[in-house]
Design a protein around this ligand. Structure first.
Ligand code: URA
Ligand code: CA
Length: 434
């Protein structure tokens, strides 16, 4: 087999055989094919697309390019939840204990944040003592004993995807639906998921800016799941404003704890119940989504979900008293209020700008090696649909120094769109694709 012939075939819009896709990915990962040949192939895919079968083949070839985590020692159906990335997305912190308390084992590998989006691992590390680097044995033992573990990725998962993504990033081939879909799914499959619930974010703060694009991506991932026998459900949710109120690591832990006490922001609760109900459904615990919601509400109301969160923290070396006393979490020195400069209705809050503002305060990383400050961030006091008067508080900034303060305040101010008429752009769940 020659890479040249495969590139030519794809350039001419033909369907590649499974062996040809395996050859490209295998040889590339082994360092036997140069970047320029894979880049040419990626560009050909960008223009001519891939069939459902090719997309599934690419997914499995990338999933098989490194370690495959074997979760079979865990009893029960292993359901993974994945978000395509948002701002202030506190869902995993709530969902992991919530779903685990309802009886579905949660073996969650999460990432760190980069740029305007935060990462679950950074958020958990805001809890004093919390250890996110578990060995695979500890990880599996924790899930078996406590039904839940959330850890950073240690194994070499889908290295082909890592290499190919870096190449796509510099060759204008990132935004091909089949390439994105197979990239995301390859990592979930390598991490051992049997069933997958996807939270596909749509809007200004998301990877997919439009509804149409998001539907295509979701359909492609659900189809991959079907082809490779990993039932997949996608929930399309709004990222035209950050989720919940808190954006920042310790602030989001607080938000998660409040939500588990039943006092969280409405949108965060709603999304968690929707995603959680889908997880229970694919796990075979319930027949319908509404049954799933009822079960989740029960474990919320009984305090079982909150106790599960304490359990999770204690099992991973963290100070679980933070759940009873939120002042034990790191807190910033100062709180500064951002005031509305006109009256009207909040029509939009650019999530990407809010994420970047929080990053400038120190809540996120500009480059991979930056060190984050767990205590800082932004708490949105007014959200889309709310009415504000001149001088009302839009947001509270939690800061430790004034260095970027003026610029950050300006950035946040411009993230808010305030209009005379009330527009309803606050719809949270757009569609569920299964
Ligand atoms: N996220 C991924 O994991 N892969 C892509 O290709 C794009 C976004
Ligand atoms: Ca949040």
């Amino acid at each position: 087999m020659r890479a040249y012939d495969i590139i030519l075939k794809k350039r001419n819009g033909k369907e590649l055989a499974t062996a040809e896709i395996e050859f490209l990915i295998g040889e590339y990962t082994a360092g036997r094919l140069p970047d320029y040949q894979l880049a040419a192939w990626a560009m050909a895919v960008f223009f001519t697309g891939m069939s459902k079968r090719e997309t599934a083949d690419l997914t499995m070839a990338m999933a098989d390019s490194g370690d495959r985590i074997d979760l079979s020692p865990i009893q029960g159906v292993k359901v993974d939840k994945h978000s395509t990335g948002g701002v202030g997305d506190t869902t995993t912190l709530v969902l992991a204990p919530l779903v685990a308390a309802a009886g579905v084992p949660v073996a969650k590998m999460s990432g760190r944040g980069l740029g305007h989006t935060g990462g679950t691992i950074d958020k958990l590390e805001a809890i004093p003592g919390f250890n996110t680097s578990l060995s695979l044995e500890e990880f599996i033992a924790n899930v078996n004993h406590r039904q839940v573990a959330v850890a950073g990725q240690t194994s070499n998962l889908a290295p082909a995807d890592k290499q190919l993504y870096a190449l796509r990033d510099v060759t204008a081939t990132v935004d091909s639906i089949s390439l994105i879909a197979s990239s995301i799914m390859s990592k979930k499959i390598a991490a051992g998921a049997e069933k997958i619930v996807l939270d596909v974010k749509v809007g200004s703060g998301a990877f997919m800016k439009t509804y149409e694009q998001a539907v295509k991506l979701a359909e492609s991932m659900v189809e991959i799941g079907r082809q490779v026998n990993r039932q997949t459900v996608a929930v399309l949710s709004n990222m035209d404003q950050p989720l919940g109120q808190a954006v920042g690591n310790a602030l989001e832990v607080k938000e998660a704890v409040k939500t588990l006490y039943g006092e969280g922001p409405e949108d965060l609760i709603k999304l968690c119940l929707t995603l959680g109900a889908q997880m229970l459904k694919v796990a075979g615990m319930v027949e319908t989504e509404s049954e799933g919601r009822e079960q989740l509400k029960e474990v919320l109301n009984s305090g079982a979900a909150l106790r599960k969160f304490k359990d999770l923290i204690a099992a991973q070396g963290g100070n679980s008293s933070v759940v009873d006393d939120l002042t034990l979490l790191p807190a910033a020195k100062k709180q500064i209020e951002l005031k509305a400069q006109k009256e009207g209705y909040i029509a939009g809050i650019d999530a990407e700008e809010v994420g970047l503002a929080a990053m400038s305060l120190g809540a996120g990383r500009e480059t991979k090696d930056d060190i984050i400050d767990p205590s800082v961030g932004v708490v949105l006091q007014a959200k889309v649909g709310d009415q504000v008067n001149y001088g009302d508080t839009l947001a509270t900034l939690h800061i430790n120094d004034d260095a970027n303060l003026m610029a950050v305040k300006e950035q946040l101010q411009s993230a808010y769109t305030i209009t005379d008429e009330q527009s309803d752009k606050s719809k949270l769940i757009y569609k569920i694709i299964e």
